[in-house]
Ligand binder design. Structure first.
Ligand SMILES: NC(=O)C1=CN([C@@H]2O[C@H](COP(=O)(O)OP(=O)(O)OC[C@H]3O[C@@H](n4cnc5c(N)ncnc54)[C@H](O)[C@@H]3O)[C@@H](O)[C@H]2O)C=CC1
Ligand SMILES: O=C(O)CCC(=O)C(=O)O
Length: 409
């Protein structure tokens, strides 16, 4: 099953419960615009290299479209459309005034110099600047991109359209970025994880966890959960994995990863085969890397009782069914990782008002939204006797559907 087919399957599960007509399903699922473009750049050695970029604009019923930009060799149209669709439900679940979009370039950033990366980014903006903007579609970071890439996007966009920092979020703090955006997705993941543990009457100090992925989202998730007393036994990234039964020293692991570029060879734990963290002996599993890692093949071996989806689309529907049968609680991506886009919204608001919030305000507004959204999804799941994923889709599709009907066509 492809990434997009998986998101449609989750949509239809909720749509069936809502009794949504086929016409309404088609209207809500059909993307508004799909952009596929060529990005040709000159490499440092003078050779020409050509890349393919995408911007999938799924839905704008609730506001301008919003979603990150992924630079990864595996990026393709199906995956970007799946991620764009998830953004529509995600912005609705946390009730911020946006629709959903996503972008990507099929490129291995490790193969590029910094100057080449800048040229690729600016080339992409040259191709799409007319269809993005503060009131149309606002990009942000995702896998393989960061604040520096967002700064180049702003700079290139402004060459065409004049000063307007609200055209992109996740920018450096020194260049109209929000204090707290970098940590926001991980902070949100930790907040909903702790909210779930509270519902389950399980103290964080008596909870063990494993995290797959130690980039932006994985590192901040680890930091906040560690601070709350959760014992993080296992962490993996693309190059290795470490395990310590007694709990990893997260500050030391962060320092090691910053210095060496990964978790491999950390001397505060034993090395582990990468995929093994997913089925390791922990209470809480947090996939925070790529999509499609929890499948029919490994779902039955997952020992965690709770899964919080920091990554987008990590669980295939067949695995989701196995988790449901086995009593594993799954907090879905469209709720769990919504902290990033929520603080992107705060950044956009600040940019439009030319007024800067301090980090404590960003954090407390984020915590409020994440806790309230978790509570709303939990209540819906309890009332309808459905898993948290279905409940989140019911909330998200309900809001987008109502906005669509109210606006008319
Ligand atoms: N950056 C953000 O604000 C948001 C990110 N997400 C999602 O979170 C996930 C991670 O994104 P970021 O942390 O931003 O990306 P990143 O590029 O900063 O880090 C990705 C991490 O995953 C690791 N990784 C890649 N393939 C792996 C594999 N096969 N096994 C184990 N680790 C692997 C990489 O080594 C790296 O540590 C993605 O699914 C992304 O869509 C979701 C919401 C917002
Ligand atoms: O911050 C944003 O606007 C988008 C973040 C994102 O791409 C995501 O939530 O998957």
């Amino acid at each position: 099953m492809t990434a997009y087919a998986a998101t449609v399957r989750y949509f239809n599960e909720a749509a069936d419960l809502m009794g949504l007509s086929q016409n309404m399903r088609t209207l809500l699922l059909t993307p508004q615009r799909e952009v596929k473009c060529q990005i040709a750049v000159q490499k440092d050695d003078g050779q020409i290299a050509t890349y393919i970029g995408y911007r999938m604009q799924h839905d704008s019923a609730r506001g301008p479209m919003k979603g990150g930009l992924r630079f990864d060799p595996a990026v393709d149209a199906d995956e970007v459309l799946a991620l764009a669709t998830l953004m529509t439900w995600k912005t609705a679940v946390v009730n911020i005034p946006y629709g959903g979009a996503k972008g990507g370039i099929a490129v291995d950033v490790k193969s590029l110099s910094q100057a080449e990366l800048e040229r690729v980014t600016r080339g992409f903006v040259d191709a799409i600047h007319d269809v993005i903007g503060p009131d149309k579609d606002i990009p942000a970071p995702d896998m393989g991109t960061n604040a520096q890439v967002m700064a180049w996007i702003m700079s290139q966009y402004q060459k065409y359209h004049g000063f307007n920092p609200a055209c992109v979020t996740g920018k450096p703090v020194e260049l109209h970025g929000a204090d707290g955006r970098e940590e926001a997705t991980g902070r949100g993941v930790a907040t909903v994880s702790l909210a779930l543990l509270k519902k389950e009457r399980r103290p964080p100090e008596q909870t063990t966890a494993a995290i797959q992925g130690f980039g932006n989202v994985g590192t901040y998730t680890a930091e906040f959960l560690h601070e709350a007393g959760v014992k993080i036994r296992g962490v993996s990234d693309a190059y290795g994995a470490v395990w310590n039964e007694e709990g990893l020293d997260i500050p030391a692991l962060l320092a090691h990863s910053r210095e060496t570029g990964g978790v491999k060879d950390f001397n505060g734990g034993d090395s582990l085969e990468g995929g093994a963290v997913l089925t390791s002996d922990v209470d809480l599993l947090i996939p925070a890397a790529i999509g499609g890692v929890l499948t029919a093949e490994n779902a039955g071996d997952v020992r965690a009782r709770y899964i919080v989806e920091a990554a987008n689309n990590p669980t295939r529907p067949e695995a989701d069914e196995i988790f449901h049968r086995n009593g594993v609680q799954v907090v879905p991506d469209i709720l769990a990782n919504a902290g990033g886009v929520t603080v992107s919204y705060f950044e956009w608001v600040q940019n439009r008002q030319h007024f800067k919030w301090d980090k404590s305000r960003v954090r407390s507004e984020l915590d409020k939204i994440m806790n309230a959204s978790f509570e709303a999804v939990w209540e819906r799941a309890t009332a309808k006797k459905v898993p948290l994923r279905t409940a989140a889709y019911l909330v998200g599709i309900g809001r987008v559907g109502r906005a669509t009907v109210l606006a008319g066509i």
